[in-house]
Every structure is written in C-alpha cells, then in structure tokens.
Ligand binder design. Structure first.
Ligand SMILES: Cc1cc2nc3c(=O)[nH]c(=O)nc-3n(C[C@H](O)[C@H](O)[C@H](O)COP(=O)(O)OP(=O)(O)OC[C@H]3O[C@@H](n4cnc5c(N)ncnc54)[C@H](O)[C@@H]3O)c2cc1C
Ligand code: SF4
Ligand code: SF4
Length: 1023
C-alpha cells in the first residue's frame, strides 16, 4: 500500500491572520455554532497559555454546545484550512495546548456522564467531564465503581485531554494508565467525519478499517525499530503509541479488529478530536491505607522503593526536601508537613518522604498485613500509618500540589517545566537522580525531585529565571543532557505529560529518522492537511525552539522583556518578590477550575467559564499590566501597562474577592489583592470613582446615618420610591433586600456601662488589681449599626466569662473601600482607625481585640499588613497578633477565663448546629476558629458545612448585574449554602459568622430562615 504523505502547505503557527479576516471568520463561525464564538484579543490571550511556560495567541476560541456543534466547527475549519486545537482543562505541562489555531474548548458544554453499564463495569462520557466529576457522579448513583486513572489534575483536566495525553496517576502500578482503561473513542476526524474507534470497529466502519490498514502497514514497515527503541518502562508517552499497536498485532489483531483508540490515546490532539469515550470502571476498594515514610536523604528513599514494590502497593510516591520546604511556607500545606513523621534521631522536617498506599477489595485486615510487610522490609524509616479518608486525603494534597507549590517560591528563579517528565526503569532510578543532580549543579542551580517513584517517573524542575538569557542557555543544555541521560538509563524524556513544544524537538534524537517518518505517515493518514495541533509530535521545532514563544517572549524571535515597568503600588509585594512577580505567579495548573471541595473559585463554578476562573483573571491581569492587552507595536515590543482596559475590568468584575485563591491556589495567587490594586490604579489614572463604588466604600457613614433613627430609616428604606432611588444610586438588584438598621451599638453598650474608650495604660495599671482583665470589642460597621444585637451578645458572653469589656470608638477597618478599589481612602481610614486602637494594641492588660465580622478581621490581619499605611508595620503586626474572632477568643482562653462558663450537658443533644464559615475566615484561619467554640457548648451537634462561598461576598451580591450569579453560587449542588439548609431537618440551627452570608440566607430563603452569629448562640447557651 502507498503510505500517506503530509501536505506541506499546512498552516504555520507563525502565519498571521489579519483583523478583517479574523472578524469575517468569527462571523461565519457564529452563524453555524450554537455555542460561543470568542475572537476578541482579550479572549485569545486568555487561551494563549496552558500550564507550560509557553504563550501562543490562538486564532480564536469556539465553545461548542454539544458534539454536533463541535463536528460542525471542525468541518468548517477543515474547509477553510484552519488549524484546530481541541482543548480540555488546559493543564498540559509540555505546551501541547498552545497553538496558532482555532481553540475548541470542550469543557463547558460537553461534560455529561451519558451512560453507565454497572454489570459490565463500563461508562460512556462526553470529553469535557473531569475524572473527579465522573467519579462523584458514579458514587452518587451508588454504582460501587470508579474510573481509576488519577492524574494529579483529576479535578480540573478533562477526559478528552486525559486521553490525548494518556494521563496516568499515582496508582498506575495497580490500575494502569488511561490507555489501559479506555474501551472506545467517539472521534471527529479533521475532515469532520465522525468515527467510533474501538476493537472490532473495522468490521463495520469502512473509515476505521481503511485507517487500520494504513496504520498496520506503517507499523510493519518499522517493526524492528519499534521493538528496539521504544522504552520498556511502565510509563512512556513519547511520540505515537506505535508500540501499543504492535502489541495488538502480536496478539493477532487485524484491520478489522485493531483498536485505534489506543493510537489516538497519547496523540496530543494531532490525529482526531475526542467527542466522547467509553471507559472501563473498577470496583471502589473496600479499604485503603497510607504509610508516610520519612528519610534523611533522597537516595535513602529511592533505595527503599524496590523492596516496597514487593508489598503490592497501589502507589509509591516521593517528595523531596525542596517540595517539603515550599509546603512548609504555604498557608494551606504547612499543616500537612507538620503531619509527616520525623526521621529517627531528628527533630526537623524530613528530607524525603515516600507515600506508600495500599488498596484492598477485601477489607482492613489486608491493609494491616501490608503495613506489617512494609515494616519488616523497611524497618529503619520513621512511619505514620493513616487509614481514615480525611487523613489520607490531606496527606495526598501536598503530593498533588508539588508542582504549583514550587512556583510559589520567592526569587527570580522559578522551577521551570522542561525536564519534569523523564521515566527510567525503577532499578536505574538511583543512578538517574544522582547524575541528574550533577548536571543541574554543574549549571549552578538546584532542582526538586518528586512523584511516581513506583514507575520510575520523577517530576524534576530545575530552578531557572526565564527572564535571564544565560539561564535560557542553561535550560537548553540541561534539556539535552537529561534527555540523553534518560535514554542511557533505559528510559525516555516523556513519561506521562507528552511531548508538546518542549519535548517534540527531542523525538528525532530519541527515535531516529525512520520512526519520525512513520509518525508523519500516521499523521497524514488521519489528518492529511496537517490541521490538528500542527507542530506537535510531527514536524516539531528544533532544540533552540524550546526557549521560544514563552510567556515573557511570546512573539517569534522576541527576547525576554522585563516583566512590569516600574509602578508605584498601593500594596506592598515584597513577600512575592515585587509586583512584577506577583502578577506572574499563576502557572496555569488550573486548580482553580475544580468544581468541588474548598471555595476557589466561586464564579468559575457557577459559569464554568475559563474567563471567570482565577487563572483567567491572573492571565488577564498579567496581559494588561505587562502591556500585552493592546496589539503589539510594529517591533513586537509590549506596550505600557493598561490600567483601564474594559475587557480586563469585565473579567475582574465577577471576582467575589473571597480570598479563596490566596490559600487554595497552590501558588497563592491573590486575585482579590490584585483586583483591588488594578482598580485603584485605574481610579488614580482616570480621576473618577463610580458613584456606586463610592457609596459602597463609605458604607460606615451610611449605616451610621441610618442607625440614628433606625425605625424611621427602616420604614423609609422600604418605601418603594425610596427603595428604587437607593437601588438606582447603588446599582442594586430589586430582589435584594436592604440591610436593616439597628440602634447604634455604642449607644446600647454605653447604657450597659461599657466604656467607649480605654484609659491611658498608666491608669489601667494603677487599677490592675481591682479590675478584671480587659477585652476590647472592635465596633465594625455592620455589628455597630445594623446588627447591634450581635455586639450585645458578645458583650454579654465576655462579661459572663469575667472580663471587663471596652468598646473603643474607632473607625472602619476599610474592608468596603478595599473591596471596591478605593485604596488611598482605605489607607487613610486604616491609619486613623489604628490611631484610635493604639491604646488597646499597646496596653498589655488588654488581653485581646475581638471582632465579630470575619471580613473586618481579615482586613486587619491580612490587608492592613500589606497596604502601604503610614502606621509602622510593627504596630499593625501587634494588632494582627492581638485580634481574633470573638468566639475564637472564647475557645482559645477556655481554661483561663476569670469566670468558668456553666455548660448544661443537655445542650449537647438536640437539633444539629450547622456552621457555614465565611470565605475570608476559611481562607486565612479556617472555619474551625468558630466551630471549636461552638463545640464547647453544643458538642457533637456542631457540623461544619462543606460549603464554598455563599455568593454574597459583601457588596457583590447586591449588584444588579450580579444578583443572578450570586444566587446561582448559593444554589450550586454540593458547595452551595442554600441546598444544605433546605435539606436540614426542621429545627436545625444555622450559624454563620459573616454578615453577608446571613443576608444571603435571608434573601435566598425568602426570610423564612434566620442564620445566627455563633456568639449569639453561645450567648443563648450561657443565659
Ligand atoms: C500540577 C500538574 C500536575 C500534573 N500531574 C499529572 C499527572 O499526575 N499525570 C499526568 O498524566 N499528567 C499530569 N499533568 C499533565 C496534565 O494535567 C495531563 O496531561 C492532563 O491529562 C491534560 O488534560 P487537560 O484536559 O488539561 O488537557 P489539555 O491541556 O487541554 O490538552 C492536552 C492535549 O490534549 C489535547 N486534547 C484535549 N482535549 C482533547 C480532545 N477532546 N480530543 C483530542 N485532543 C484533545 C490538546 O489538544 C492537547 O494537545 C499535570 C499537570 C499539572 C499542571
Ligand atoms: S490561579 Fe492558582 S490554581 Fe489557578 S491556574 Fe493559576 S496557579 Fe493554578
Ligand atoms: S478571590 Fe475568590 S472569586 Fe476572586 S479569583 Fe480568587 S477565588 Fe475566585
């Protein structure tokens, strides 16, 4: 048979497309596509990156509504000779998901679990679903089955992308990679023809048969080379999977029976687009166990891997000291480091940790046996054995966060992704690590080693500065040397992440020209016009191209440019190595695209839109501030920062400033802070602040006014014309209720004999023996003027515990100003408030400054420390150390309160007490800070809800344009607050420390349910 030849006039990734032609294309596509067509520069830039270091602007983005829509788009591109790039979660580390092509984002519209056949342990899914979502749905249907491959990105990558990269995870030694769990692919060829590829497809489908015949001919023509050159490792993801085809032929497959899904798997979107797939499922293990083994050196840990494999683990994962150090400095991951065992004879953190996991279908007894075998074989390693689901999940979170965590490390050198995917036979792993280290050290840098020790795949990321031309030379030298090292160890440079832009250039060096020709022939058989993800696997660039088209030099031939021109910022970014690095912190790993667990990112969860994810915002800010938001100049140089780009403003607009990304994003990308900075810079540039923002920023003054005559103010504000006027001025949604005013807490507290100021410290000392210890209650805007009953409850509780309570007359914490970007005003307000709180801060007899509103406390403990205030940082830090939630104070000093609280045992029985933590609280200190106090009084009745953001987020949920989204977030299945409350038994008490959350409960449940502040509940219990 004549083998196919690839057309040479295929579209080049560098061929520009003029604006008129682009607009015409967008128009034509919009007419045939039922989904979304996005061709604006802003949208193109949001899809110009994946999780690699590359950046290539696509032609445009299309988001198909369903499989038929996707087919129409592909057919259109084929006839117009347009390159195409199917996209899942965009988490490729190899740069497989960046191209000058029409990006087809299959994740928002095609994420259904179409069919489950529990008897035969299979399911059919659309390509946009994630493995975690699939497994959650299988669990909901009580199938007892799940899809086993578990790449670290199982929450945010998509099955289509997993198939295209033959993804594998920690447990591949037991369950195999995606290819071993794949039964069929419903594919759309570049021509738009739909074909189902599976074993036996050639019997009924002439196209499948014709392709199988061609593939068989190609494979037979290079059969000896496939046997000789493909590595014999458990993982291998370089080039096309011709070895999997040969294996089928060895087993007797013919053109009628050959399963070409196995060839599509790992082909990185270059052969066909997966629209749907049939997957193999396996039973959920009955029991699991995880042993954490601590070592004092990486070599020692690696030496233990082979004996451990004989105990039949489901996974053996390594993390080294560099990852452990990064985790130690990360808010979310630091507690997981605390949980590591200490190596024998040491007190510090381990240098290397092995995660050894066991699965059993029979039960816990088997796990215990495996632990015993492990102890016998590796007695010298310190161990922690975990068998509870939460403990194991928490420990594995650190392992999964390895790569993004390293990106959070300060310094110009970052852990660059280019030699992160080598695989070598496990017996050669020790030699590989030693020689790899030597290469990196010769180049004057260091690297972290971690990941799948069980199958010989270590993810190594040398620390280099992509802005530094000398480091880019180092990068190329290291890449070449390490590729050769992997080969000499019997392995290959692409173990699981694929080739993409970074490793494609090494394929010829590894496989040789004959196999490269075979790859080109396979490509030509499926995609003769070379339209699908061109330049990947087939016809890749040369070695020099691996440092081209990066995020900091995205244009062909461009040199790395300085990240951000000097700008005087309102926040200090010293802890992130300056503002320039702060806006480059997002590495694109896409953890913010998860749809369950934690809070990040509420607006993505509700819209499933890349633009409204943390990553989308991070990219938008980076593009605007590095001057890339506007078209590049004639010399290709990026322009100046653009502080009032309407598209960037729109992309930031749906950020709820919930701060979840600050702690949940493994790189600690802090969009809430960057959004406030960007907005403040814009206001400064334009000299105008919108009226609604000004009113929101000055909410304290408005609330104070209302609370002068609360009855009248409440009556007036409910009067329809007044309500309409206020709504119009503040751009408020008509269905949102207005906050009610109460009598000022100052007035009520004074009537209770609470002092409204603190005497000078010397006066307090003089009466020290006579007066009980003092607690200062911070008078926040909402507790003081809208919900003073909460302040009264706090005073009551503190007095019953034997404290002298003071309510210093202080100003606002600035939260509402920060949230609308009025940063100069916020800084002035904060300085004034700090001056008023100074006595309480300095006076040692004031035991604590307690706050009832978490968003005010988060301002004090977080924003105040990085805003460029006049007040010395030491004073702000002293305040932050002394400030806490009022209920946290109750719990934290439980054993030393001057008066012991009386607790009735009866309080421990009764209806459940559900606690919904405030987003800022969860991000910075955890909902436990409220739960612990509640448990003191209500024992096991207290349950922390597994909710995300309530959707209100201060003024966000009031906005007329955001009300629907706000309610959608509140109603999200799984993480939404309202469904949890509705599902509760009658009489259940809901607790929410945040005023916004309580307001959302009120509005979302039409005033039928009232959520309480924890301190109100504690007050009731004490009285
Ligand atoms: C922090 C981190 C950890 C990772 N850990 C692992 C790991 O443990 N194991 C592992 O295997 N990988 C890992 N990866 C790499 C990556 O997550 C996987 O390759 C994943 O399978 C990519 O899926 P995706 O949906 O994000 O694909 P994308 O990045 O969107 O696409 C990847 C490739 O697949 C193609 N593609 C996407 N969808 C389709 C489709 N429907 N039809 C045809 N082609 C398509 C694209 O064109 C592209 O070439 C990790 C990445 C990161 C950032
Ligand atoms: S914002 Fe954070 S979680 Fe999202 S892609 Fe960027 S680094 Fe990852
Ligand atoms: S602050 Fe919240 S809404 Fe905004 S990007 Fe971060 S997680 Fe998303």
């Amino acid at each position: 048979m004549l083998l196919p030849v690839l057309q040479t006039n295929s579209p080049s990734i560098d061929r520009p497309i003029n604006p008129a032609a682009r607009a015409a294309l967008a128009g034509d596509l919009a007419r045939l596509c039922r989904g979304q067509v996005r061709f604006s520069r802003h949208d193109r830039l949001l899809y110009a990156t994946d999780a690699s270091m590359y950046q290539i602007e696509p032609i445009g983005i299309v988001i198909p509504a369903d499989a038929d829509d996707a087919q129409r788009i592909i057919e259109f591109c084929f006839h117009r000779h347009l390159a195409m790039l199917p996209r899942g979660g965009g988490t490729s580390l190899a740069g497989s998901t960046v191209n000058h092509a029409v990006v087809i984002d299959l994740t928002p519209g095609m994420r259904a679990l179409k069919h489950v056949d529990a008897a035969n342990r299979t399911c059919e899914v659309e390509s946009g679903i994630s493995i975690d979502d699939l497994n959650a749905q299988l669990a909901q249907r009580d199938t007892g089955l799940y899809f086993a491959p578990d790449p670290a990105t199982s929450a945010q990558s998509a099955i289509g992308g997993n198939i295209a990269t033959n993804a594998a995870g920690t447990r591949s030694i037991l369950y195999g990679r995606t290819s071993e769990n794949l039964l069929a692919i419903d594919a759309c060829l570049a021509s738009g023809e739909r074909v189902r590829f599976e074993a036996g497809a050639g019997k009924t489908n002439p196209t499948a048969r014709a392709l199988a015949e061609q593939v068989i001919d190609i494979v037979r023509s290079v059969e000896p080379l496939i046997r000789e050159r493909y590595p014999k490792t458990l993982r291998q993801n370089a080039g096309y999977g011709l070895d999997r085809i040969l294996k089928q032929l060895d087993a007797g497959a013919t053109a009628e029976t050959l399963d070409l899904a196995q060839l599509l798997c790992g082909s990185e979107g270059t052969l066909a687009t997966t629209l749907a797939a049939k997957l193999k499922l396996v039973p959920v293990p009955k029991s699991k166990g995880l042993a954490l083994l601590a070592f004092t050196s990486v070599d020692e840990a690696i030496a233990a891997v082979i004996p451990i494999l004989s105990t039949g683990p489901s996974a053996v994962e390594l993390v080294d000291n560099v990852v452990i150090e990064a985790a130690r400095n990360n808010l979310e991951c630091s507690p997981f480091v605390d949980a590591f065992p200490k190596p024998a004879g040491t007190k510090g953190d381990p240098v290397a940790v092995l995660y050894v996991e066991y699965h059993s279908l029979t039960g816990q007894a088997e796990i215990t046996q495996r632990f015993a075998a492990l102890e016998a074989l590796v007695p010298h390693a310190a161990k922690r054995l975990v068998t509870d689901a939460k403990g194991m999940g928490d420990a594995l979170k650190l392992r999964k966060a390895g790569e993004p965590l390293l990106h959070g490390l300060p310094g110009a050198r970052k852990p660059l992704t280019f030699v992160e995917d080598n695989v070598v036979p496990v017996e050669n792993l020790g030699r590989f690590v030693r020689e790899f280290r030597a290469i990196v050290e010769r180049e004057g840098t260091r690297a972290a080693f971690w990941a799948h020790a069980s199958v010989g795949v270590l993810h190594v990321r040398p620390m280099l500065d992509p802005h530094d031309p000398a480091d880019l030379d180092r990068l190329q030298r290291i890449a070449v040397e390490v590729a050769d090292l992997a080969k000499s160890c019997g392995g290959v440079m692409s173990g699981e992440h694929g080739d993409g832009r970074i490793r494609g250039p090494f394929l010829r060096r590894f496989f040789g020209p004959e196999l490269m020709t075979a790859f080109a022939q396979v490509k030509a058989a499926f995609d003769p016009k070379n339209l699908l993800n061109p330049g990947n696997i087939v016809a890749p660039g040369d070695v020099a191209s691996i440092v081209e088209r990066t995020r900091i030099a995205p244009l062909p031939g461009q040199h790395p440019h300085p990240h951000v021109p000097a700008v005087s910022t309102f926040f200090d970014y010293a802890d992130q190595d300056g503002f320039g690095h702060a806006i480059e912190m997002c590495n694109g790993a896409g953890v913010c695209r998860k749809t369950a667990g934690g809070t990040m990112c509420p607006s993505y969860r509700a819209t499933l839109d890349e633009r409204h994810s943390t990553r989308g915002r991070g990219n938008a800010l980076r593009m605007a501030i590095t001057g890339q938001a506007s078209e590049p100049g004639p010399d290709g140089a990026p322009g100046l920062p653009v502080w009032n780009d309407p598209e960037t403003i729109a992309t930031l607009d749906l950020c709820l400033s919930c701060k979840a990304c600050k702690s949940e994003c493994p790189s600690n990308v802090d969009i809430s802070k960057l959004k406030a900075e960007y907005t403040a810079q814009r206001y400064q540039l334009t000299g105008t602040i919108p009226l609604a923002a000004r009113l929101t920023g000055h909410v304290r003054a408005l609330n104070r006014l209302g609370s002068l005559t609360p009855l009248l103010a409440n009556a007036i504000s409910n009067f329809a014309p007044v309500r309409a006027l206020v709504g119009a001025m503040m751009h408020m949604h008509p269905r949102r209720s207005l906050p009610r005013f109460s009598t000022s807490l100052y007035r009520l507290a004074a009537a209770m004999g609470v002092p409204l100021s603190l005497p000078a410290p010397s006066a307090i000392h003089a009466q020290a023996t006579a007066t009980p210890p003092t607690v200062a209650l911070f008078a926040d805007c909402f507790t003081t003027y809208n919900e003073s009953s909460i302040g009264i409850a706090a005073i009551n509780v503190l007095r019953r515990l034997g404290y002298r309570v003071v309510l210093p007359r202080s100003g606002c914490c600035g939260r509402s100003m920060i949230s609308v970007g009025m940063l100069p005003q916020a800084i002035a307000t904060i300085d004034a408030t700090l001056a008023q709180l100074r006595t309480a801060i300095d006076d040692p007899s004031v035991k604590a400054i307690v706050v009832s509103e978490p968003s005010c406390l988060s301002a004090m403990k977080d924003d105040w420390l990085t805003l460029k205030c006049q007040t010395p940082l030491a004073v702000r830090k002293a305040l932050a150390a002394k400030a806490m939630l009022v209920e946290e104070f109750v719990d934290r000093h439980w054993d030393s309160h001057p008066a012991k609280p009386t607790i009735t045992p009866a309080a421990h029985s009764g209806e459940p007490v559900l606690l919904h933590g405030h987003c800022h609280q969860k991000a910075l200190w955890g909902a436990e800070t409220s739960a612990r106090a509640l448990r003191r009084f209500f024992g096991p009745r207290v349950r922390i809800l597994d909710t995300g953001c309530c959707g209100m987020a201060g003024s966000f949920g009031f906005d007329a344009d955001k009300f629907d989204l706000s309610m959608k977030i509140a109603e999200l299945p799984g993480s939404g607050l309202l469904p949890h409350i509705r599902a509760a038994t009658p009489g259940t008490i809901t607790c929410a420390p945040g005023t916004s959350c309580r307001h959302q409960v009120h509005d979302g449940l039409h005033g039928q349910h009232r959520a309480l502040h924890p301190i109100e509940l504690i007050d009731r219990a004490l009285s």
